[in-house]
Design a protein around this ligand. Structure first.
Ligand SMILES: Cc1ncc(COP(=O)(O)O)c(/C=N/[C@@H](Cc2ccccc2)C(=O)O)c1O
Length: 457
């Protein structure tokens, strides 16, 4: 796989520094063996997240200068609203400062204690807000999504039998909405097909259950539909994105992903009554409903970012850079999640470190080894992220124990991808030496992944 030639050239750069092994060892110990607690200054290649870490374009920076900071009804709000309406197709557009704020407001509007929310695999903040409002999340994704080696084109698909069984079990009136992610982050950035989305839409319509999309990486999902789903190769990404949204009743959006911005998000729905309920909560938690926790300049950057995100060369080269990294890593025999997702290469940590028992958190252990080896920050997407069962308090050990190499958009070059590939391959060749893991020294009760601290065993 060749590294794509990007449809842009670099106009501004930010210096990076490679620390020494001694510096990194000291920094990691200070950070409690949690790379998320490292100062960014001590990270060389930061693959912690694609959220808010992308490079904005010159047109986005120019738009920032045009930000209208009027408190109510700013020009920038109307430009933001028009961009969401044009490309995602929802009428009622409500700004929030980022995705989890939209998830919080949606959950507060729709979920009551005792409710059940089916979805295609969990996402940490999405499930957290569903649970905080008394709901129970039920995973109705196809079984193959939990198998890192299952190389299927749409592992983000819903298993309609699982969905129907939940409806039969709890009753449609106990299901406020079906929560669908495009793409499915925790499965490795796996897309849902339009055919499956249409079947979910049809099934839920029969029971009067709304479908709410998590659109964070829906442009990447649209790209995969164009590449993999029969009948769509001739359509533009923009047309396919509209089609995805048409099959849903609303969406939460972290614009920090597809739309390239450093901060921003929105909640969009079709139902004006739900929209007014959400706007009332936005005023309480985010700021007036025409800025929702963003400055006017942020609203402008999101609007411009949406326009850029659906350009064919932009999304193609974004996904192809990830494929390049995956190809180099897999070519050396390293076990990764198949097929490769849109935003990340996911290492199968149980396959990579077979001698580290699940109770010693192999994925967490591998993120530490990658940082020590080459100053690369990656993301634990395994038992630490999965947290504890809210009822039993026991650790959840999901089948997927992954280390996510999450690629920011328009930020790193082929040289950086090669440094990452070389480091992963070097570690894989030494994997027999990595035979003990880590244990908690500090474990927060909520979303422990971000603030946990560990010590090596
Ligand atoms: C599918 C989906 N839906 C909603 C949100 C929330 O959106 P927001 O509140 O962050 O804007 C996210 C955030 N995803 C970040 C979070 C993260 C994880 C580990 C390290 C750093 C950051 C990530 O997976 O990288 C998401 O992926």
């Amino acid at each position: 796989v060749r590294h794509p030639a990007e449809p842009w050239r670099i106009k501004s750069v930010e210096p990076l520094r490679l620390t020494s092994p001694e510096e990194r060892a000291a920094a990691l110990a200070t950070a409690g063996y949690n790379v998320g607690l490292l100062p960014a200054e001590l990270v060389y290649i930061d693959l912690y997240t694609d959220s808010g870490t992308s490079a904005m374009s010159d047109r986005q920076w120019a738009a920032v200068m045009l930000g209208d900071e009027s408190y109510a009804g700013s020009r920038s709000y109307y430009r933001f609203e028009a961009a969401v309406r044009d490309h995602y197709g929802y009428e009622e557009v409500i700004p929030t400062h980022q995705g989890r704020a939209a998830e919080s407001i949606l959950s507060r509007c729709l979920i009551r204690p005792g409710h059940h929310i089916p979805g295609n695999m969990y996402f940490t903040t999405t499930r957290e807000h569903q649970e905080l409002n008394g709901g129970t999340f039920h995973d109705v994704i196809v079984d193959e999504a939990h198998d890192p080696a299952a190389d299927l084109p749409f592992k983000g698909n819903v298993d309609l039998t699982k969905l129907q069984q939940l409806i039969d079990k709890v009753g449609a009136e106990q299901i406020p909405y079906v929560s669908l992610a495009a793409t499915v982050n925790m499965a490795g950035g796996q897309p849902i097909s339009l055919a499956n989305l249409a079947e979910v839409r049809e099934l839920t319509r029969r029971h009067g259950i709304p479908v709410i999309l998590d659109a964070a990486r829906a442009v990447e999902n649209a790209w995969f539909i164009k590449q993999r789903e029969p009948g769509w190769s001739g359509r533009t990404v923009a047309e396919i994105l509209r089609k995805i949204c048409e099959l849903t009743d609303g969406a939460t959006m972290s614009a920090k992903k597809d739309s390239f911005v450093n901060i921003g998000g929105w909640l969009a729905v079709r139902d004006p009554r739900l929209a007014e309920q959400a706007r009332n909560l936005v005023v309480v938690y985010e700021g007036l409903h025409t800025y929702g926790g963003m400055a006017g300049r942020d609203l402008e950057a999101v609007a411009q970012g949406i326009e850029e995100s659906v350009q064919e060369d932009s999304i193609r080269t974004r996904v192809e850079q990830v494929a390049y990294l995956a190809d180099r890593i897999a070519g050396a025999g390293v076990p990764i999640v198949r097929p490769v997702g849109g935003h990340a290469v996911c290492l199968n940590a149980t396959g990579f470190l077979p001698y580290v028992p699940r109770e010693q958190f192999p994925a967490q252990t591998l993120t530490c080894a990658l940082y020590l080896d080459a100053g690369i920050r990656s993301t634990e997407r395994g038992a630490v992220s999965a947290g504890r069962d809210p009822v039993t308090g026991e650790n959840r050990y999901p089948p997927l124990e992954l280390v996510r190499l999450t690629i920011p958009r328009r930020a790193y070059t082929q040289g950086h991808m090669d440094v990452v590939a070389d480091s992963v391959i070097r570690l894989y060749e030494r994997r027999e030496e990595l035979c003990s893991g880590v244990e908690f020294t500090h474990e927060p009760s909520t979303l422990r992944f971000f603030q946990s601290r560990f010590r090596p065993l």
